[in-house]
Design a protein around this ligand. Sequence first.
Ligand SMILES: *[C@@H]1O[C@H](CO)[C@@H](O)[C@H](O)[C@H]1NC(C)=O
Ligand SMILES: *[C@@H]1O[C@H](CO)[C@@H](O)[C@H](O)[C@H]1NC(C)=O
Ligand SMILES: *[C@@H]1O[C@H](CO)[C@@H](O)[C@H](O)[C@H]1NC(C)=O
Ligand SMILES: *[C@@H]1O[C@H](CO)[C@@H](O)[C@H](O)[C@H]1NC(C)=O
Length: 438
Amino acid sequence: MAVSDMKSILFAFVIIMFAFSERKSQFLQDKSFLEENILNFFFPKDPGLIKVRKINKIEGVTDIRILDFIGLVEQYGYPAEEHNVTTEDGYNLKIHRISGSLSDNERKKEIVFMQHGFLASSHCWILQGPDKDLDQGYDIWIGNMRGNTYCRSHVNMTTYERKFWQYSFHEVGTRDLPAMFNYIFNYTKQKDLYYIGHSMGTTSLFTLLSMKPEYNTKIKMAICLAPVVVNIKETSTFNVFNLSPVIKEVLEKREIYDLFPQSLATVTIARTLCNYNAMTQFICITILFLLFGSDPAQLNTILLPKIFAHFPAGGSLHTFDHYYQNFHAGDFRSYDYGITENYERYKQKIPPSYDVEKITAPIILFYAANDVLATEKNTLELSKRLPNVLLIEKVPYKFFNHIDFLWAIDAKTLLYDHILELIRKFNAKQNIRNKSTQ
Ligand SMILES: *[C@@H]1O[C@H](CO)[C@@H](O)[C@H](O)[C@H]1NC(C)=O
Ligand SMILES: *[C@@H]1O[C@H](CO)[C@@H](O)[C@H](O)[C@H]1NC(C)=O
Ligand SMILES: *[C@@H]1O[C@H](CO)[C@@H](O)[C@H](O)[C@H]1NC(C)=O
Ligand SMILES: *[C@@H]1O[C@H](CO)[C@@H](O)[C@H](O)[C@H]1NC(C)=O
């Protein structure tokens, strides 16, 4: 990241802090006061929010109520469900379902399971409103990962403990995904599903399918949007994970392990600073573009307060670090605990690489030209190593970035309609394999 970019982000944080600080004079004079305040503000131990199904009237910007998944979906006149799933290692997850018109139960609807990425939640898929075509035709289940705003609970640990946060896409893949799949299969009496993952939602799936290959047969087809899997080192591109050593040092010293929970702070900023009418909205836009690639034409600025009210939604610092290690090593591999612990866990000095050869489920890869996290080079390399790629496609828009997969103004025409078409074709056993990958 260029130094000037870092400065803009810091500048933005300082403005935000200034706007919310009650003791402005002290705030400006004392550096450690500033640092402490920023950290307490952005990384609170408790979110300070209450999720509700209905808000009749917004009381003010610091209203601690926020709509939950069911509330968000019901705004559009859809019914939604929440289900509890507990993983083998004790994490309590809440997952969601939009089953559409299940009443015409003559034929079983195919399951489409959607998995969000790092720091996101099930909300990320529905902020633009649900997709009618998808909802009518399929039984939609939407996963949530441990540690996010819906999954801050464990059978015998609290979120105050470091151990709760010692997980990454590895544990999400090998523990959360199987628990959610098994629950859904048992509940619906079905045996397999279509998987749509974004970002870490793809990293976790690849982890699962390589570590527990028996799950390959349970995935009819996986549609991987912006797959963050590092096969080769790219030194030229900026990516936010390179900040990991610095962030880790600052946060761990203060026993902060939860990176950007959905909290009163993020929601308040979303409602004020990122508001469409606010002169400060450019700060929110700048941060978004620095992290994910710049694409002003596809950014819905009216949606921005809603986006920031629901994203970030929390996730572990450990995950961030695991990605950093992968980018640093140029390899898709397990977490590096240091030589001693590596020997204990893996019986070898260097963490083992995930064996992507074992991923035999049919895979479709979508990537974007302007995505700084899931780059073209790495995605092409991934597709060479995976044994069963049906199709690899670049989204046909030059500036499409990492989060455009979720929130681009034209996401429907550029991407979603095509995804639906692919699922329909696959279901009808029509050929979708790209000639060049045959
Ligand atoms: C899920 O768990 C919560 C407690 O966290 C409980 O209140 C709720 O009734 C449970 N829902 C179902 C469907 O079991
Ligand atoms: C906590 O729960 C996990 C998973 O259920 C279990 O493996 C572990 O032994 C439990 N620990 C304690 C102290 O109860
Ligand atoms: C499977 O579903 C039934 C109800 O449909 C429930 O009673 C049972 O506990 C479930 N089993 C598991 C392993 O989740
Ligand atoms: C198949 O791949 C080639 C080269 O990668 C690309 O030019 C072409 O547009 C793709 N075809 C389809 C139908 O996606």
